[in-house]
Design a binder for this molecule. Structure first.
Ligand code: SF4
Ligand code: SF4
Length: 358
């Protein structure tokens, strides 16, 4: 086992823009039972790919993913702080504008991190002088990456279920590389700095955070606006406010993210964004399929597809309540997508109700 090689790999990872790097074994993740209970209770909502046999067995035993693997390199790459780096306001709420989760303000991390992960594998192979079995994922593989990142010493899993590092907060993506070489493991991160804090639980608009550090996806706005392909339940629509893709609230209120705003850390990718982070809702509702595809070509928003995104925009317009949106919503009643039409109908009713009350 080479400590020198492990140290060189971590240094190279930092040079590539990762902000944390740690190594762990392929042993089963410590909180696999929480995951299995979560699936059993149906908290994964419609994300069936999380529940199938293959997904369960691989999460329970990472060795099944790459039997030749002997070490796992866990990495963290930063994304913007939605409050510190927000171009419009500290609250992210502005009349007529939607809010897109900060992780989507730049190009899709699946694309941007890929090159860095391939580079790291090549670097390691060059260092040892031969090719090695390897596999890398950026939140794409059947693996409990937060659990393993904790074991690799990167941070602890907070009550909001994010991995939190005491110096860097939680605004980062995780990635991992399975390596067919034996490297020394880092010390697991043992402390739990959540203490008696319950800010994330109290701030969650839909009460989606459960007591056992898991989230009920059926209630979570991130799920409802991204992975959910169907209707947003009517009783939850008012709680979405102006969130049109994802939700950062349980991270925004976390004191461990606030403490990084004193300048000790600033995201290297925060200077310019590839999309409008707080787009005009009326304009978004008129996006044609071609315009949507062009606008979000390399962006995570494309995951929701046009029908999901416009569904969310319609809900945000209903919550905004401005009668100026009525013509755009009436046009959306003729949209090619039934999902957009039904949510536009709801939004029109909301606006009428709100304006009657005034
Ligand atoms: S992402 Fe939003 S809705 Fe989901 S748990 Fe966090 S605060 Fe609640
Ligand atoms: S807001 Fe408080 S309880 Fe929630 S993750 Fe942060 S420190 Fe933990």
């Amino acid at each position: 086992m080479s400590y020198k090689l492990a140290s060189k790999i971590k240094k190279e990872a930092l040079k590539q823009g990762f902000i944390l790097a740690g190594i762990t074994t392929l042993e089963p993740p410590p909180h696999i039972s929480t995951y299995l209970d979560w699936i059993e209770a149906g908290r994964h909502a419609s994300m069936g790919y999380l529940a199938d046999e293959r997904a369960r067995t691989r999460r329970a035993n990472p060795k099944l993913i790459l039997p030749e693997a002997e070490s796992l390199l866990l990495l963290a790459a930063p994304y913007p702080d939605p409050k510190l780096d927000s171009p419009i306001s500290t609250t992210g709420v502005e009349k007529g504008k939607g809010r897109i989760s900060a992780y989507a303000w730049n190009d899709d991390y699946h694309i941007t991190l890929k090159e860095k992960l391939i580079h790291l594998v090549e670097f390691i192979e060059e260092e040892i002088g031969h090719e090695i079995p390897n596999r890398w994922y950026t939140d794409t593989g059947p693996i409990l990456e937060k659990d393993l990142a904790q074991r690799a010493g990167l941070g602890w899993i907070g009550k909001n279920t994010c991995l939190i590092n005491p110096k860097l907060g939680s605004y980062f993506f995780l990635a991992e590389i399975f390596l067919g070489i034996k490297l020394p493991s880092d010390e697991p991160f043992k402390a739990d700095y959540c203490g008696t804090c319950t800010r994330c639980i109290d701030a969650c608009p839909t009460e989606a955070i459960l007591p056992n550090r898991s989230i009920d996806a059926n209630l979570c706005i991130s799920y409802l606006t991204i992975e959910n392909k169907g209707d947003i339940p009517e009783e939850l629509r008012p709680k979405l406010g102006n969130l049109i893709f994802g939700c950062d609230i349980c991270q925004e209120v976390c004191p461990w993210n606030m403490s990084i705003r004193d300048g000790r850390f600033s995201s290297p990718i925060s200077s310019s964004y590839k999309i409008d982070t707080h787009p005009n809702l009326i304009e978004e509702l008129s996006l044609s399929p071609q315009e949507f595809n062009k606008k979000f070509k390399n962006n995570p928003v494309k995951r929701a597809k046009r029908r999901g995104y416009l569904r969310n925009v319609a809900v945000a317009l209903g919550n905004d309540g401005d009668s100026e949106a009525i013509p755009a919503l009436e046009r959306a009643l003729e949209d090619i997508e039934p999902l957009v039409r039904t949510h536009a109908e709801w939004a029109l009713q909301e606006i009428k109700l709100k304006n009657k009350k005034c």
